[in-house]
Design a protein around this ligand. Structure first.
Ligand code: NAP
Ligand code: MG
Length: 328
C-alpha cells in the first residue's frame, strides 16, 4: 500500500497535552474534538460568539467558553470547526489578527485552505485532522475506548513539527486508535467533495428517491417502496463497509446477486461515469466552490428552496409514519 497509516505508537501525546487548544465552534465536530481533547489531558477552550446557541451545551459538558477572538489569542492551536461557507469570514474578522508566529491553525476539512479562501500568515503551522465520521460518532467511539479513522495533512510547516502536532492532536481525539491516513489538503478536499456529491449523498439520495417514485407511480404502496429502497440501504452499506463489495455479495441471495450484476451496470453506465468525470472537473477547477460560495453569500436561497422540495416529497411523508410504528 502506498498510503502511510499511523497508529497510537507513532504519536507523541505529550505535544498536545502541553498545548492550549481553541476549538472554534461547538457543533457536530466541535463538541467531539473539545471533549475528547480535554479528556485526553489537553487544555481546551471553545471559541463561541456571545449570543451562540452552543454556549449552554459547552457549559453543560464542562468545556470553558471564550469568544472566538479571546480563544484564538489564548491558544497555541486554533481548530476551525464552524461551517465551511462562513469559516473564511470568521477567520478574517476574529482569528487572523491573533495568529502570531509559533501558533498552529487547524481544520477538519481542506476546503478553505485548498481554494485559497483562507491564506494563513507565514510563521504559523497549518494542519488538518479530518475524522471520517460525523462528530457524534467521534465522541461516542472515544468514550467506548475506540476511535474512527482520520485523515491528517500539513499545508504549512513553520515550526518543523506540524505533522507531529497534527498526529498528537489526532491522538487526542481518538483517531490514532483506529488509524491516521496521511494525505494532502488538495486530495482530501477534492475527494471529499466528489464522494459526497456523486456517491454518498448526491448519488444515494437521488437513487433512493427515484426508485421510490418509480414504484409508487407504478401503483405500489408507498410503505412497501420505502422499505425496499430506503430502509434496507443501511443493511447493504454496512455489509460493504465491513466486508467489501464481494463480502456483501456473498451474503445476499443468488437472485439478488444475479440481478445486481446484470441490471446495475445498465443503470450506472458509461454516461453516468462521464457525468461523474464532469463533476470532478468542476471540483478540480474550483467552479463548484465558486458556485457554492456565491450561493452562501446570497443567503442560500436555492438551498432553502431545494430543502423545501425534499420536505414535500412523499418519501418524507411515509417515512416518519413508518419509523414510528417499529421499535428500533
Ligand atoms: P456545524 O455543526 O454546522 O458547526 C456549527 C458551529 O459553528 C456551532 O457551534 C455554531 O455556533 C458555530 N458558528 C456558526 N456561526 C458562527 C459564527 N459566526 N461565529 C462563531 N461560531 C459560529 O459544523 P460541523 O459540521 O461540525 O463542521 C465543522 C467542520 O468540520 C467543517 O469544516 C466540516 O467540513 C468538517 N467536518 C464535518 C463533519 C461532519 O460530519 N459534520 C465531518 C468531517 C469534517 P452558534 O450556536 O453560534 O451558531
Ligand atoms: Mg464533506
Amino acid at each position: 500500500m502506498d498510503a502511510q497509516v499511523y497508529h497510537e505508537e507513532d504519536c507523541d501525546p505529550s505535544i498536545i497535552k502541553k498545548m492550549k487548544v481553541a476549538v472554534i465552534g461547538f457543533g457536530s465536530q466541535g463538541h467531539a474534538h473539545a471533549q475528547n481533547l480535554q479528556d485526553s489531558g489537553a487544555e481546551v477552550v471553545a471559541g463561541l460568539r456571545e449570543d451562540s446557541s452552543s454556549r449552554d451545551h459547552a457549559g453543560t459538558v464542562g468545556i470553558k467558553v471564550m469568544t472566538p477572538v479571546e480563544a484564538a489569542r489564548w491558544a497555541d492551536v486554533v481548530m476551525m470547526l464552524v461551517p465551511d461557507e462562513i469559516c473564511a469570514d470568521i477567520y478574517k474578522k476574529e482569528i487572523e489578527p491573533e495568529m502570531k508566529p509559533g501558533k498552529a491553525l487547524a481544520f477538519a476539512h481542506g476546503f478553505n485552505i485548498h481554494y485559497g479562501k483562507i491564506v494563513p500568515p507565514e510563521g504559523v503551522d497549518v494542519f488538518m485532522v479530518a475524522p471520517k465520521s460525523p462528530g457524534p460518532k467521534v465522541r461516542l467511539s472515544y468514550m467506548n475506548d475506540q476511535g474512527v479513522p482520520m485523515l491528517i495533512a500539513v499545508a504549512q510547516d513553520a515550526s518543523g513539527q506540524a505533522k507531529e502536532t497534527a498526529m498528537s492532536y489526532a491522538w487526542g481525539i481518538g483517531g490514532a486508535r483506529a488509524g491516521l491516513l496521511e494525505t494532502t489538503f488538495q486530495i482530501e478536499t477534492e475527494t471529499d467533495l466528489f464522494g459526497e456529491q456523486h456517491v454518498l449523498c448526491g448519488g444515494t439520495v437521488q437513487l433512493v428517491m427515484t426508485g421510490f417514485d418509480v414504484l409508487v407511480e407504478a401503483g405500489y404502496p408507498p410503505e412497501a417502496a420505502y422499505f425496499e429502497v430506503l430502509h434496507e440501504l443501511e443493511l447493504i452499506t454496512s455489509l460493504m463497509q465491513q466486508t467489501g463489495v464481494g463480502g456483501m455479495l456473498g451474503k445476499i441471495s443468488n437472485t439478488a446477486k444475479y440481478g445486481c450484476l446484470t441490471v446495475g451496470p445498465k443503470l450506472v453506465d458509461k454516461r453516468l461515469k462521464d457525468r461523474m468525470r464532469a463533476g470532478l472537473d468542476r471540483i478540480q477547477d474550483g467552479s463548484f466552490a465558486a458556485e457554492w460560495m456565491a450561493e452562501a453569500e446570497a443567503g442560500s436561497p436555492n438551498l432553502s428552496a431545494m430543502m423545501g422540495q425534499i420536505a414535500e416529497h412523499p418519501i418524507e411523508k411515509v417515512g416518519p409514519e413508518l419509523r414510528g410504528l417499529f421499535s428500533w
